[in-house]
Ligand binder design. Structure first.
Ligand code: PMP
Ligand code: GLU
Length: 395
């Protein structure tokens, strides 16, 4: 049967594909050490699950407004003001089926075919795919390990053309964990306002920040920047709620209204029960985040300590999120354990999975050849075993 060229050119999500490959191998009885998917291994905190059970018991099992429940939109505004001191109105919030859906909505609502969207690399796999899906053109700006994987003002300026519609920023970053310094963010914000370029700031990892780093929302640099910014966030990462599929956009009213119109034709509304759970996540006790962060911090420190001891690997310390992103190109062309040689990151990941049963994601998927991504959102036991196996594989 016929399938459209737009969908034919769409690659499957590399992170989800890598996780699928590991799962297949596990089904064959292999003990795979899994570092692919970026999702917290913790269960959703009990008070949030309880709110979902209560929502069902109370009969909240019907359609909600397409834009999301008023009580959840108010909770999003209250949490944003509490955490970042910036006030928004509920009419500026649209609740979607996860942050990924929210990003697709923004691109659909804001871009015309042929518009250019600036994306600093390394970038999260879905960014360029979703830009292409709406007929827009990703303009990739290469950042380096030496610059801490942050796009500079000069790089931003030189990527801008008269076709530029949007710039997509992700700090803390998936896959690098890079957290932009406040001054760097402010500079980019000023350029965006000067050039009238909307910034989609994906702040999904805002709560996962490590010692010595701090988070600043892109919308917090004044009224003109706020009016030029669309925030994407959700409950997936901070509250270990990836399966509940709740994310949102905070955007100028006309953009929010456009996204709501889109959703009314497209998904009707996000799951009612998940929305009630998200209300509790935002309004309820926040210490669950701190508890999870303690564990992420010790895993991060352990992973970085081990990687530092392996000759030839290089990386920039992640300041947030739960990924280590390291360069393995030193090992290309060398004979590795099992007698294999590899010449790129994708071959490296395949050989590592087949020979050492360690599953990582290739940097090629993030626009960063030579690199691999390790998600440390898994138990310390798996992390230790995985790094032992990686070390042995590299010989
Ligand atoms: N943005 C980034 C940077 C991510 O890493 C992810 C990963 N899941 C998402 C958005 C999407 O989140 P969600 O699961 O809420 O769709
Ligand atoms: N964002 C996560 C990751 O990068 C989840 C998988 C996905 O949505 O791509 O692994």
């Amino acid at each position: 049967m016929y399938t459209s060229h737009l969908v034919n050119q769409l690659k499957p999500s590399a992170t989800i594909a890598a996780a699928g490959k590991a799962r297949e191998l596990r089904a064959q009885g292999v003990n795979v050490l899994e570092f692919t998917l970026g999702e917290p291994d913790f269960t959703t905190p009990e008070h949030i699950c309880e709110a979902a059970r209560k929502a069902m018991a109370d009969g909240h099992t019907h359609y909600t407004p397409a834009t999301g429940l008023p009580v959840l939109k108010e909770a999003v505004c209250a949490a944003f003001e509490r955490d970042y001191g910036v006030a928004y109105k509920p009419t500026e919030v649209t609740v979607s089926n996860g942050a990924k859906h929210a990003i697709h909505n923004v691109l659909t609502a804001c871009c015309e075919p042929g518009d250019e969207v600036i994306i600093p690399t390394p970038y999260w796999v879905s960014y360029s795919a979703l830009v292409e899906l709406v007929g827009a053109v990703p303009v990739l700006v290469e950042t380096t390990e030496e610059s801490g994987f942050c796009m500079t003002e000069e790089q931003f300026r030189s990527a801008i053309t008269d076709k530029t519609r949007l710039m997509m920023l992700n700090s803390p970053s998936n896959p690098t964990g890079a957290v932009y310094p406040v001054e760097a963010l402010e500079t980019l914000a000023k350029v965006a306002v000067e050039k009238n370029i909307t910034v989609l700031s994906d702040e999904i990892y805002d709560k996962l920040i490590y010692d010595g780093y701090s988070f600043r929302s892109f919308a917090s640099f004044g009224e003109d920047v706020k009016n030029n910014t669309i925030i994407v966030n959700g409950v997936s990462k901070a509250y270990a709620m990836t399966g509940w599929r709740i994310g949102w956009t905070i955007a100028p009213e006309n953009v929010s209204a456009a996204i709501t119109r889109l959703q009314s034709q497209q998904t009707s509304n996000p799951c009612s029960i998940s929305q009630y759970a998200a209300v509790e996540a935002l309004n309820g006790p926040q210490d669950c985040i701190a508890d999870m962060l303690v564990q992420f911090q010790s895993r991060r420190d352990y992973v970085l300590g081990r990687l530092r001891k392996i000759p030839g690997l290089t990386f920039a310390d992640p300041g947030g999120a739960f990924y280590a992103f390291f360069n393995v190109s030193h090992y290309f062309g060398k004979t590795l354990s099992g007698g294999v040689t590899v010449s790129n990151s994708t071959e490296f990941c395949t050989a590592l999975l087949e020979n050492a049963h360690v599953a990582l994601v290739t940097g090629d998927a993030f626009g960063a050849p030579g690199y691999v991504r390790l998600s440390f959102a898994t138990s310390m036991e798996v992390i230790e075993a995985g790094l032992n196996a990686l070390e042995k594989f590299l010989g």
